[in-house]
Design a protein around this ligand. Structure first.
Ligand SMILES: *[C@@H]1O[C@H](CO)[C@@H](O)[C@H](O)[C@H]1NC(C)=O
Ligand SMILES: *[C@@H]1O[C@H](CO)[C@@H](O)[C@H](O)[C@H]1NC(C)=O
Ligand SMILES: *[C@@H]1O[C@H](CO)[C@@H](O)[C@H](O)[C@H]1NC(C)=O
Ligand SMILES: *[C@@H]1O[C@H](CO)[C@@H](O)[C@H](O)[C@H]1NC(C)=O
Length: 535
């Protein structure tokens, strides 16, 4: 617009100088119309993004989800990073890539769950809380991952929770309720849409964890390369590139359930991979595969940031966000090292969890404007880890609480006798939920971190992008910049990779998605229990 106005002004001045005749007015009118047409065409090219990104090169799309991460979590992690490095100029890697925000409501509530949130990304539609790859009428909807596979791209899922949990499931399966995790596992390994899965959740693939007692790894994974423990993960991770050439499809579920929290893995003997190492192996396997003809679609989820929020565990949050941030930075460096291919990285969250705030009023006095990263920095374990220890170890007494729990694990010195007594009582009562809340609250009150819920909140979440060329980045930004609806982002995948969603919808319509044994009402209750069983 700023280009257009001076142009028109100078035109008007010229005609006035020459005086007015009829033919001149006609000529002028023709000239103005032509100019208007040309300007309109030029503006269209400038403002309206091209339908698809024109390129014959391999195209790779990495879709990141930070589960449960609101803008508040980003601030907390950045403050924490500045505190531990004693350098106020420190930023998160993500900070360089902020593009806008996303509105998160689902079809059934202002406050979405992860299932509806991820289905909004994968199917580009709003559905009810609990829905995995099905629309509000419980009809399966084709996902961008399926459309990518049908268009001969390679596909992968990388998570730190169970691979059957809501976010990865909504890209790779279709069931009416997120609690149908055994059924999700069958679809993921059996329907030929996923080439690579790395994370936790082996329990839903083997007889010891499945309700039907089947071992679907043995039954369905004949063609798969299987690395279902940490040492076989690292055997492949440490092998050279030529050895990685022919490994897909690849499954590495190195935990029965969730992968341990970052805060716990830093303070215990843990031999499993980090999210960054998972992402590293995934990129290398997909990229170097002999099957890689067009590029790949990869989902990478910082899954357990959400779990820190659910349990209102302040110390857990920044560690988990920073582990994701490291993984994002690694993928960025990988993309930038391959300028001969197109890479788009897009990152957002499904929702915020915990209604967390960086400051908290503790009594009726006017509060100080503070929060204390130093308090959470002293904490060595998640509330979940400490609670499990306290409920499984023998002979826990006052001394154990004082030296182990307060001093060693939480770095709290100003505890009261009453605090110790109450912890001992909750241990006696075997009340895991209340014990964990009590422990986490000892930390969050001292750090002045507030939580308003054990569930999710409706606040907008951030979006981040990176592309490995300037023109590609402009293309991406045109599609995501500003405040968007969560169902808009999948379209970027579809256009960039040139996908056919009709084909994906046809594929999905054949999938058996029904709940196996329970009714709608029962299953939503079940799904809540299932989701919170280890929190
Ligand atoms: C939910 O989906 C149904 C069916 O598409 C639609 O009629 C309704 O308006 C939607 N509700 C909201 C709140 O999005
Ligand atoms: C890991 O899995 C491999 C392959 O199944 C097996 O040979 C090995 O014993 C396992 N290692 C551990 C530590 O369980
Ligand atoms: C790399 O892999 C190839 C093929 O598996 C093998 O022949 C070669 O010895 C390996 N090189 C190294 C350095 O491990
Ligand atoms: C998309 O897929 C549908 C169903 O398989 C097919 O009929 C249609 O021709 C495809 N469209 C394009 C543009 O390839």
């Amino acid at each position: 617009m700023s280009e257009r106005i001076p142009l028109l002004n100078s035109l008007r001045k010229k005609t006035l100088k020459k005086g007015i005749s009829n033919s001149l007015i006609k000529k002028l009118l023709i000239f103005v119309s032509l100019a208007a047409i040309i300007i309109t065409i030029v503006l269209q090219f400038l403002i309206i993004p091209p339908k698809s990104f024109p390129s014959e090169r391999k195209k790779n799309f990495i879709f990141f989800v930070t589960d449960g991460t609101g803008p508040n979590y980003i601030t907390m992690a950045r403050n924490y990073k500045q505190f531990i490095s004693n350098d106020y100029s420190q930023k998160l890697h993500l900070d360089e890539h902020l593009a806008g925000t996303s509105r998160t409501r689902s079809n059934s509530s202002w406050v979405t769950d992860s299932a509806a949130g991820a289905t909004a990304f994968s199917c580009m539609l709003k559905t009810y809380n609990g829905a995995i790859g099905v629309n509000p009428f419980q009809n399966p909807c084709g996902t961008v991952l399926e459309a990518a596979k049908l268009a001969k791209y390679l596909t992968g899922l990388v998570v730190t929770t169970r691979i059957t949990d809501a976010t990865p499931a909504a890209f790779s399966a279709h069931v009416d309720y997120r609690s149908q995790e055994d059924q999700i596992a069958e679809q993921q390994i059996g329907n030929g849409m996923v080439d690579l899965m790395i994370g936790g959740g082996l329990q839903h693939f083997v007889s010891t964890g499945r309700k039907d007692g089947r071992n679907i790894i043995q039954e369905l994974a004949n063609d798969w390369t299987i690395a279902n423990n940490a040492s076989s993960f690292f055997d492949i991770y440490n092998s050279n590139i030529s050895a990685k050439h022919n490994i897909l499809p690849f499954i590495s579920l190195f935990e029965m359930g969730d992968v341990p929290f970052q805060i716990d893995r830093e303070n215990m003997e843990y031999d499993g991979p980090s999210l960054k190492e998972e992402a590293e192996l995934a990129l290398n396997l997909l990229h170097s595969s002999s099957e890689n003809k067009k590029g790949f679609f990869l989902l990478i989820e910082g899954s357990r940031i959400d779990h820190c929020g659910h349990s209102n565990d302040a110390a857990c949050i920044p560690r988990e966000v920073m582990a994701f941030d490291e993984a994002f930075e690694y993928v960025k460096s990988f993309a930038d090292k391959h300028p001969e291919e197109d890479f788009i990285m897009f990152s957002t969250s499904d929702h915020e969890t915990g209604g967390m705030t960086l400051s908290r009023q503790l009594d009726s006095n006017y509060p100080d404007y503070v929060w204390f990263p130093e308090v959470i920095h002293k904490v060595k374990h998640s509330g979940q880890y400490m609670t499990k220890k306290l409920l499984t170890e023998e002979n826990i007494d006052k001394d154990y609480i004082e030296t182990k729990v307060m001093a060693e694990w939480m770095g709290i010195e100003d505890y009261t006798k009453q605090n110790v007594k109450e912890i001992l009582t909750l241990i006696q009562q075997k009340d895991a939920g209340s014990l964990q809340d009590y422990i986490n609250n000892l930390v969050s009150t001292r750090a002045r971190i507030g939580f308003t819920t054990h569930g999710h909140s409706a606040v907008d979440v951030n979006t981040y992008v990176h592309a490995n060329s300037e023109s590609l980045l402009n293309y991406v930004l045109q599609n995501v910049r500003g405040n968007r609806e969560n169902i808009e982002f999948g379209n970027l995948v579809v256009e960039f990779l040139g996908l056919n969603m009709t084909a994906a919808n046809e594929f999905a319509s054949e999938v058996n998605h029904g709940p196996l044994v329970f009714s709608t009402q029962q299953s939503s209750i079940l799904s809540f229990d299932e989701y919170h069983k280890d929190i």
